[in-house]
Design a protein around this ligand. Structure first.
Ligand SMILES: Nc1ncnc2c1ncn2[C@@H]1O[C@H](COP(=O)(O)OP(=O)(O)OP(=O)(O)O)[C@@H](O)[C@H]1O
Length: 336
């Protein structure tokens, strides 16, 4: 077992709406990520992936509120730090976050180098403008990005180049953990591959120590991450290696999620596609038992009765009352 660079225990966060209702977007999440590893987070829209990312950064600004639990980054519980300590010591330095569509949020009137100068002014004020340029140019070259990009405006770059630039900027301080939220969505296949290559490069060169990759496209994670967790209605319902999750899912939700997506992998090309019936629950009023039960073909009365805890079997974690033998038998029957 390696060192855990990120450890999350019992994390709960919620939104408070204008009508004073609570939306339980992250509801008791536990996971750990070892140094040098990549973790994928998958799930349908609205299951809490982006909220989890915001929560991991300690970005608690209304309407998002912290409800409990701990987040250790390289041994430090960041929830015990003040907002000011978080901003100065953690954000971007220990843990960095690339939100969805970040590349479209770059100020179009600023050259790329200006974004890096702003970061360095805050975190490395001792560096001169010339030194910042030198540092940025070396980093860009190492990541196979031309240093000409530094003197460009965001709108002069293609979508794929813009996204790679955002990633290079966000990791300029060598954060221990990088959280990338849908970093490849809205890009063509060639640009997606370039982004994935860049992320792997950051890990190989040890500019980052661990990567969390969030996407609703579970099969994409197969090429990027060591492990995958699947979220459903604010909870993690399964965790396994990328191979296990794609080729041998245990939880009925993971199984249905895989069955609803075109999987280009060898051995999966012929699998039958079927949409998951129904919709995820309203996170203001989650069902009392298994949250997937209302949509699950295998659900029994006991599934709807009380909270379903996670269990660990052969290193895999899943949140379902049924044992692995029963689940696999059902899936085998379905395929016939
Ligand atoms: N500002 C907000 N106020 C209230 N509820 C919110 C707010 N932002 C998100 N939510 C709710 O929190 C839940 C989780 O949303 P979140 O965006 O984290 O899901 P997601 O899995 O990242 O979805 P997507 O893939 O579409 O980004 C959803 O029910 C969503 O409606």
């Amino acid at each position: 077992m390696g060192t855990n660079i990120l450890e999350v225990n019992g994390l709960k966060t919620y939104y408070r709406t204008r009508l004073n209702e609570k939306v339980y977007a992250v509801d008791g999440v536990d996971f750990a990520l070892e140094q040098g590893k990549t973790l994928g987070i998958a799930g349908e829209s609205g299951c809490g992936k982006s909220t989890l990312a915001l929560s991991l950064m300690g970005f608690y600004f209304p309407p998002l509120h912290y409800g409990g639990g701990s987040i250790h980054v390289d041994g430090t519980d960041i929830m015990k730090l003040s907002k000011e300590q978080l901003r100065r010591k953690v954000s971007g330095k220990e843990i960095a976050y690339i939100p969805q569509a970040a590349m479209n949020a770059l100020n179009p009137t600023m050259k790329i180098i200006s974004f890096i100068q702003d970061i360095m002014k805050e975190h490395r004020p001792e560096l001169s403008k010339q030194q910042v340029w030198q540092l940025a140019a070396e980093r860009f070259e190492t990541l196979n990005l031309s240093q000409n990009v530094l003197s460009s405006y965001p709108n002069e770059l293609s979508g794929g180049m813009k996204q790679r630039t955002v990633i290079a900027i966000s990791t300029i301080l060598n954060p221990k953990v990088l959280i990338a939220d849908e970093p490849t969505s809205a890009l063509d296949v060639t640009s997606q591959k370039a982004v994935i290559k860049l992320l792997k490069n950051l890990l190989d060169k040890q500019f980052i120590k661990a990567l969390v990759f969030i996407t609703h496209e579970l099969p994409l994670l197969y090429h990027v991450t060591d492990d995958i967790v699947v979220m459903y209605a604010g909870e993690i319902v399964e965790r396994g290696t990328a191979h296990q999750m794609v080729f041998d899912p245990l939880h009925p939700y993971t199984k249905r999620l895989m069955g609803s997506i075109i999987v280009p992998e060898e051995g999966m090309k012929g699998h039958k596609l079927a949409a998951i019936p129904g919709a995820p629950p309203n996170l203001k009023h989650v069902p009392p038992g298994c949250r997937f039960a209302p949509r699950c073909a295998f659900a029994a009365d006991e599934c709807r009765a009380g909270k379903v805890d996670s269990k660990t079997v052969d290193g895999r974690i899943y949140r379902c009352r049924f044992d692995t033998g029963t689940l696999k038998e059902w899936y085998r029957h379905e395929q016939q």
